[in-house]
Structure formats: structure tokens, C-alpha cells
Design a protein around this ligand. Sequence first.
Ligand code: PLP
Length: 358
Amino acid sequence: MFKLNEKAAGLTPYAPNTAALPVRLDANESFLPLPDALREKILREALALPMNRYPDPEARALREAFASRYGVPAENVCAGNGSDELISVLLQTFLQKGDALATVSPDFSMYAFYGYLAECRHVEIEAGADWEISVDKVIETCNKENVRLLIFSNPCNPTGRGVPREEILRLVRSVSALVVVDEAYMDFWDQSVLNVCTEYDNLLVLRTCSKALGLAALRVGFAVGNGTLIGALQAARSPYNVNALSQCAAAAVLRETEFCDGAARALIAAKGALEAGLRRIAEETGGFSPVPSCTNFVTLRLPDAAALNEALRAAGVSVRHFGGLSALRITAGTEEENAAVLSAVRDYFAKEKKGGAS
Ligand SMILES: *Cc1c(COP(=O)(O)O)cnc(C)c1O
């Protein structure tokens, strides 16, 4: 009988929230639909695609649209089937079995998952009590543990906290490891290292169309770095990794500067409103503290996160519960969605304050 190896037997599938609740604030997606005119333009272009042919293996038009929006050379950009695919490919490419991979904790769970598949040695660097990241500690650990690759999100998912650009560059200059900065949420903050990343031989930056640009369904992400790193990544990825419909649609959206800028501004404003609302409730009732966020979500820390999660579900609101961290991550939504979550949070803590919460 065929038996799975230890690695395959140890896998558990990624489990996103799938409950069909009316208010879905659990996956950090954008709440903004594409404007009708832009959707129609994409459809017209899609109709003209030769579906019997493989897509452009180099995703040229897509990379050029990204490069021109973000001010980087197109030849320094590698496109992926979501940045998730790029994380998987880059860990397999830049690490060999047994190499040390460092991640920060808490952070995006997929880093450790793909690191496991790449059979590397995992070094976890704990964030501070307020989830702040000490760059000195990261540097020290990387050098002491002979870390080959360090990957972390900035701003961080799930904490919402960010490390300033100068600190990131100091880190890159102070370690021999390849540093991969996942800037999935950097459209919501202004501390990107994208425009200088090609000057370093040990820095890769990841970006995605899934958050601020509102294209999570298309699965499009990017890696940017110097020619040597991007050349290796281009060689390692599968040849037609980004399908023709996604190439066409994401390129069309990236060219719409006004839509992209406006969408980021609207999501930042929505996060500001959600954060302010939560802060007001926290001041009134106590019981939890929203972590200041540089992203499109707000994370709450509280002793009984599971109970608040249940109360939100009962009110029809889906958020992301991190049991191990005793935290809830709430994506900023429309005014109505934010109102629904705020009212459910207020009710929960009002009851708890009266000692009535069960
Ligand atoms: C959402 C997210 C991504 C994006 O993944 P895609 O595969 O591009 O949709 C990457 N990194 C982090 C930290 C994220 O939160």
C-alpha cells in the first residue's frame, strides 16, 4: 500500500472562513467593486483574447503596467499567480534543504507553511509585548542563526503594525540573509522600500493586487528585486503561471491611476473610521484594545476573543479569529458593514460590563 511520506502526512489544508454570513470582514479584501466602465473595458479586451493559445509567458504588458504605476523597471518585476505563489516559489528557489528560514511571530502563516514544504530549518523571532518588531533583535538572530532567508510582512498581517522604511533598509544592510519584505498592505502606508530594492543584492519586495486594488479573485502578485534575484525567480516559476484573463484584467486596472489611488484612499478612510469607532467603544466599556494599524484592517486584543467572535457571528459578521493570539482581525468595510460590526462590538461589551455576557 502506498504510504504518504512524513512531509505530506503532516499537511493540513488552509482553512479560510467560508460561512456565508452577510457581513464578510475576514479576509482583508477590498469592499469596492470595479467601476462599470472599467469592467466593460476589461470584458471587451477579454473577448479578443485567443483562448486556444497559451498566455504571454513573460506577462509583459502586466509587468509594464505594474512597473509604470510603481516607478520600477519592468525587467526587475516577476509576476505571479497571487503573491502566495511567489512566496512558495521563492522559498523553494532560494533555500536548500536544511537552510535556516527566519520569520517573525505573529505574521502571515503561509511563510512557515511553504518553508515546511521546502524542508528548511525554521527560526521564529517573537515580536514584543505590543507586537512591535525590534530590528536589532531580528539582525542579531539572523546573524547568530546563520539565517539564509528572512521573510516578513510590512505592514504586518495580522498585527497591522509597520516598520519604518529606514529601519527596513538598516536591517537589509546588516544581515547576509536574503530579506523578503511582503508589502501586501503598503498601498495603505507610505514606508515602501520598492523604489530602492533593485540597489540591494539581498532584498526582494512582494506586492499584490488582492488588497488595495480589489482584485483578489484574479490572483495576481509581484516580486521586485535586482536582476540576479528576479532572473532566478523567473527561471524557477512555471512558464504560464499567470493566466491570460488575469494578465489582461490586472494590467487594465493598474493603468487606471485615478481608480487605484482613489480606492486606496477610500479604504484608508474606512479603516480610520472603523479604528476610531472601536477606540470610542474601548474608552466607554474597556475590555479590549485596538492595535494601531497601517493597513485596511484593525486587530483587537482581548482575553476572550473567541466569545466576541461568536457574538459577531451571531450578529451576521464574519471576522478572523486568531485563537493562539487571543485576537480578532477586522477588515474595514463599507459604512454599513463598519456600523454593523461596531454595533455588535458595543452590544457585546455593554453586556459584559453589566456582567451579563455568557
Ligand atoms: C493577503 C496577503 C497576501 C496576498 O496574497 P495573494 O496571493 O497575492 O492574494 C500576501 N501576503 C500577505 C501578508 C497578505 O496578507
